[in-house]
Design a protein around this ligand. Structure first.
Ligand code: ADP
Length: 267
């Protein structure tokens, strides 16, 4: 706990005194620390590809100037680094958009099963590149509509399925299930459950509480190698919170991971 203590001289009934006030600033302090950590992380994440780019520009100007093969190789690396920065900036913009919209509750009717279908269609080329099969299981007799923001919910699905493809088993499969639950205690009413499951490397459950923190990665090297920014789950969690939903993560190392989103259903 952190307190801010103030002492103010006061006059009372002809006598002087001092009024001492204690203000609990623990949350403020924590928010300030989080902001400082975030800025430090963003700077570090941007500086790494920038340093690589500057290094390669210098090499291209000097030693590799007349070596066509080296030039092509270096340009390919520079393109990868620039793409990494581009992804990071896009994710930062998404995060800030979600945060600034957090106060209003989204209310458009969104058919989650149709949204899952179109998201999987959009990701099929990426999956095929990794030899991964995408499966959609629609449970129940439809009626899986939630009040929400279609673009943001699509972003949740995209982030979860992209992760399942990236961290799943090469040549494996990713299953997406969408179904209605008659009653969810937390909402005192019907709910829609969305599950994204893969059968890849998974992670030790000790990581679960921190997995949705910005820039938290189980294996930084692996995340970078697959083009991760470390922000995908933080964005997804924010969006789910904005929809008053619940986010659950389960994994067994070596067997895969399961991400479940439960949202209040439209009446
Ligand atoms: P990244 O861009 O690094 O993938 P995310 O926020 O999407 O960032 O995920 C955070 C971390 O959670 C990842 O770096 C990875 O270690 C772990 N992770 C996420 N999804 C999966 C998954 N399906 N299987 C195994 N690990 C995962």
């Amino acid at each position: 706990m952190t307190y801010r203590v103030r002492a103010v001289p006061v006059a009372h009934g002809g006598e002087g005194g001092i009024l001492v006030s204690f203000e609990d600033v623990t949350d403020l302090e924590r928010a300030g620390q989080m902001r400082r950590d975030f800025v430090a992380n963003v700077s570090h994440e941007l500086k790494t590809p920038l340093t690589a780019l500057l290094g390669f520009i210098e090499t291209l100007r000097g030693a590799a100037r007349n070596d066509a093969a080296a030039r092509d190789r270096f340009l390919a690396i520079m393109e990868r680094e620039a793409e990494r920065m581009n992804r990071l900036v896009s994710d930062l913009l998404s995060l800030s958009r979600v945060e600034s919209s957090a106060r209003q509750r989204p209310r458009d009717p969104v058919a989650l099963d149709d949204l899952a279908q179109s998201t999987l269609n959009a990701l099929r080329t990426l999956a095929e590149g990794e030899g991964v099969t995408l499966e959609l299981e629609r449970q129940g007799d439809g009626g899986v509509t939630v009040p929400g923001d279609a673009d943001q919910l699509q972003q949740v699905l995209t982030n979860l399925v992209e992760n399942a493809i990236k961290y799943g088993r090469d040549g494996g499969r990713v299953t997406v299930r969408v179904g209605r639950k008659a009653r969810e205690l937390a909402f005192r009413g019907p709910a829609v459950e969305l599950v994204v499951e893969d059968y890849g490397e998974g992670f030790d459950p000790v990581h679960i509480p921190r997995l949705t923190e910005r820039f938290y990665r189980v294996d930084t090297h692996r995340s970078r190698a697959v083009g991760g920014t470390g922000l995908g789950l933080a964005i997804a969690k924010h969006i789910v919170n904005r929809h008053r939903g619940r986010f659950r993560i389960e994994s067994e190392p070596g067997k895969g991971a399961r991400f479940t989103v439960v949202l209040p259903a439209s009446e």
